[in-house]
Ligand binder design. Structure first.
Ligand code: TNX
Length: 520
């Protein structure tokens, strides 16, 4: 370590002495890379050094939006404004190149002193490749004594693709409402780590957050408030479409959830006819669960569900609608089963696949239905028996709203305390018997918002755990290792600070130890 530090200082002084025109000898390494790529191959040689003349070029128009976003991100990180245009690369440039025979999410990067070559078959893979390059730049920078920086990426190559197709996080905007600007920032967090799903929990007892044109009181009344009684809020359909588009540019799909038949007090308060007794309850601002239910015997309830899911389907380019289905403690079991079966048919009618929390495995799941495992081994088994794919969100490992330790002020602790190492050190395929990569769609880390009401609080529970879930979803199990991960996570502090993220400085992460040196 000490030797490396001396070597580093020597190199920095040499660079200064050479007035930065000399090549920087540096090879590729995994410093700060999260999720860890499948293959990193250092090649002896000089680094690619970014400068104001570096251009981004692409040989397929498909890549133009990603080139623009990449340039923007480089500007935010380095201050350099790189131009981007279609065409072939010349020396010193970053070239995006389309190739056949690669998986949609896969990418390859070749880095040499003279060029960076990014190869993918699709814009999705290209976006992920650019995120890797942003991380390499962020963690490869050489800061000089005069305050200048050399943005260098070591020579070598990367080949990468994800383990699971679904790598997500859920934001509960129902218990506390989060503005479109706040949601966009959450999307940026996911994008950094190549996560590709944002599940929005859009309706619960405490609030209805999405405009439904055919049932306008849902937001007029049901959107008014939130936990604690402060003013709530909702997204107009225009705002929601804008979020969907913002996410899509970053290769993220938004999955809307309307939780039912339980968790529906906001809807019940808005429309009396959805209640069995025809009377609306008061709006609810507490944090209990399991006390509300739609009246599963009434036809108007199915008309309501049909209208809501039709409008949501129209707003959703992706294949999924999430119908909740959890903790319906006051719905009789036969009523619950009948309800989920009917809702499943409605989802299908609108050409979408149904996702529900693991309780939906009580119903007659059809092909294509997906269960989101959060707590129950019996339900996981039922999902496997019924050949439903699973999204893995074990509360005791992956719930972002659990406290880190007994002193954490925010968060809940019903599923246990989740320190950063516990959040990382588990595997989706090993949780229950019969689970294997073949029946797992992917993983998701939900952030329930009973105890968080603003972005600072969201940050605290999300960071630094979120990158760990991204790595579990992306990186092969054989390549995952807590000791390597905690080092890379410590390096990522640079990003948290650059973004002003209010992260939890977990004692499990060596934030301030000298980092392993990069120079070979
Ligand atoms: C359980 S997990 C819930 C939510 C709560 C959460 C708090 C699940 C499907 N339901 O209603 O917000 O616990 O951790």
């Amino acid at each position: 370590m000490k030797f490396n530090l001396i070597a580093f200082l020597f190199l920095v002084s040499m660079i200064s002495a050479c007035q930065q025109t000399e090549p920087v000898r540096k090879v590729l390494d995994d410093r700060g890379l999260i999720p860890l790529p499948a293959e990193i191959t250092p090649v002896p040689g000089n680094a690619f050094v970014l400068n104001a003349k570096t251009q981004i070029s692409y040989d397929s128009e498909e890549y133009a939006p990603t080139a623009a976003l990449f340039s923007k991100e480089i500007k935010a990180l380095t201050g350099l404004s790189l131009s981007f245009a279609s065409g072939e690369s010349t020396k010193g440039n970053i070239q995006m190149k389309q190739v056949a025979d690669m998986e949609k999410e896969a990418y390859e990067i070749e880095i040499s002193e003279n060029q960076i070559l990014l190869k993918t078959s699709s814009n999705t893979g290209m976006y992920f490749g650019t995120q890797t390059l942003v991380q390499l730049l962020e963690h490869g920078v050489i800061r000089l004594e005069d305050g200048k920086a050399i943005w260098a990426i070591g020579a070598g190559s990367i080949k990468d693709e994800p383990r699971f197709a679904y790598r997500g996080s859920m934001l509960d905007v129902a218990r506390h409402f989060f503005s479109p600007t706040e949601v966009k920032r959450y999307i940026d967090y996911l994008a950094r780590y190549k996560m590709n799903v944002l599940h929005l929990h859009l309706a619960d007892d405490q609030g209805w957050r999405i405009e439904i044109k055919s049932w306008p009181k849902l937001t007029e009344i049901g959107g008014k408030t939130e936990v604690g009684g402060a003013v709530g809020g909702f997204y107009t359909q225009e705002e929601y479409k804008d979020l969907v588009a913002y996410a899509a540019e970053r290769q993220i799909m938004i999955i809307p959830e309307i939780d039912m038949p339980g968790h529906t007090n906001a809807a019940l308060a808005s429309y009396p006819e959805l209640n069995c007794d025809g009377k609306s309850p008061e709006l609810y601002t507490g944090t209990e669960v399991g006390f509300s239910t739609l009246c599963t015997d009434k036809e108007v309830v199915y008309q309501f569900v049909d209208d809501v899911l039709r409008e949501l389907a129209e707003l959703t380019p992706g294949p999924y609608l999430h119908i909740g289905g959890d903790e319906s403690h006051v719905t009789a079991k036969p009523d619950y089963i009948k309800f989920i079966n009917r809702v499943q048919a409605i989802v299908k009618k609108h050409n979408k696949q149904m996702i529900g929390w693991d309780e939906i495995t009580l119903a007659n799941l059809e092909e294509g239905a997906i269960a989101q495992y959060w707590a129950s081994p019996e339900n996981a088994k039922a999902a496997l028996d019924k050949k439903a794919a699973l999204i893995i969100s074990p509360a005791k490992y992956a719930y972002l709203d659990m406290k880190y330790d007994s002193t954490t002020k925010l968060g809940l602790r019903w599923a246990g305390l989740i320190e950063v190492d516990q959040g990382y050190s588990w595997d989706p395929a090993e949780l229950e018997e019969g689970l294997g990569d073949e029946n797992i769609l992917g993983i998701e880390a939900p952030l329930w918002s009973e105890t968080v009401s603003n972005l600072e609080e969201v940050d605290f529970l999300t960071f630094p755990r979120l990158p760990g879930y991204a790595e579990i979803g992306w990186t092969a199990k054989s390549k995952r290792d807590w000791n390597s991960y905690r080092q890379r996570l410590a390096n990522e502090k640079t990003f948290f600070e650059r973004m002003g993220i209010n992260y939890y400085a977990s004692p499990k992460v060596p934030w301030d130890e000298p980092k392993p040196d990069l120079l070979h």
